[in-house]
Write a protein that binds this ligand. Structure first.
Ligand code: NAD
Length: 256
């Protein structure tokens, strides 16, 4: 379905980004991976699906590097048809104790990066009259949780950016939507499970149950594969008139 299209997925060397990249690759899209850590493993996983795969190591807190990544996609594959703004980090502390440099980093990586990548990829999409921008927000783009001020502010901002981008392109073939996952067991959440286990002197299994029990009625993690399937839906013809939604996949978290 996506043969001949090119997707940049930011923060795709791990977790949700890698899951979405694999789902788009399975539909035939060329993939530009981005993110830190091991690159060869994720590249091989995408190539095994028969897709063309490139990599750009842009630090998503740096606008000039984001510009270089969009340029790389254009020179390597001829443009950007699908942009998945997914890179993100977390830090947990009460507002009065929140380190200022962590606030700045979360706002830059989790929110401003989506603005920069979007403004740079949009002209190419508008010229082709087809494009898909998918912002990986969070349930924290819809509701708050204590000790996550920067993350919740950034994700609410991403949901706002999604609506405005969708509206500005509403009469065109360019759509913009947000995905709002609940808990997904990736390294980002594993750190929170480990911290809970250590703080209370409980096992990892008990900490996981507690984490899910506090927020997610299904008592199940959402998976990167499920989120990948939702991204594929947004890219399908059935998604042509889905514009500006913040679609939660959260085991009932925000239904409460
Ligand atoms: P993860 O830690 O597994 O992956 C994060 C990715 O972002 C990695 O590839 C990492 O290298 C990359 N990254 C981090 N800083 C970067 C930077 N400055 N520049 C470029 N890349 C950078 O985390 P994840 O859980 O897969 O999170 C992915 C997205 O999903 C994030 O935006 C996160 O907020 C969101 N999310 C996660 C959950 C969850 O429960 N895991 C829930 C809702 C939303």
């Amino acid at each position: 379905m996506l043969k001949g299209k090119t997707a940049i997925v930011t923060g795709s060397t791990s977790g949700i980004g890698l899951g979405i990249a694999k789902a788009l690759a399975a539909q035939g899209a060329n993939i530009v991976l981005n993110g830190f850590g091991d690159v060869d493993g994720p590249k091989a996983e995408i190539a095994a699906l028969g897709a063309q795969v490139g990599y750009h190591g842009a630090d998503m807190s740096k606008p000039a590097e984001i510009e270089a990544m969009v340029q790389y996609a254009t020179t390597t594959f001829g443009g950007v048809d699908i942009l998945v703004n997914n890179a993100g980090i977390q830090h947990v502390a009460r507002v009065e104790n929140f380190p200022v440099e962590k606030w700045d980093a979360i706002i830059a990586i989790n929110m401003s990066s989506a603005f920069h990548a979007t403004r740079l990829a949009l002209p190419g999409m508008q010229a082709k009259n087809w494009g898909r921008i998918i912002n990986v927000a969070s349930v924290h783009g819809l509701v708050g949780s204590a000790e996550k001020s920067a993350y919740v502010a950034a994700k609410h901002g991403v949901v706002g950016l999604t609506k405005v981008t969708a509206l500005e392109n509403a009469t065109s073939g360019v759509t913009c939507n947000a995905i709002c996952p609940g808990w997904v067991l990736t390294p980002l959440v594993q750190k929170q499970v480990d911290a809970k286990a250590a703080a209370q002197g409980i096992s990892n299994t008990d900490a996981t149950k507690q984490l899910l029990g506090e927020k997610e009625p299904s008592m199940q993690f959402t998976t990167p594969e499920e989120l990948g399937a939702l991204a594929v839906f947004f890219c399908s013809p059935a998604g042509d008139n889905v514009r500006g939604v913040a679609w939660n996949m959260d085991g009932g978290w925000t239904a409460q």
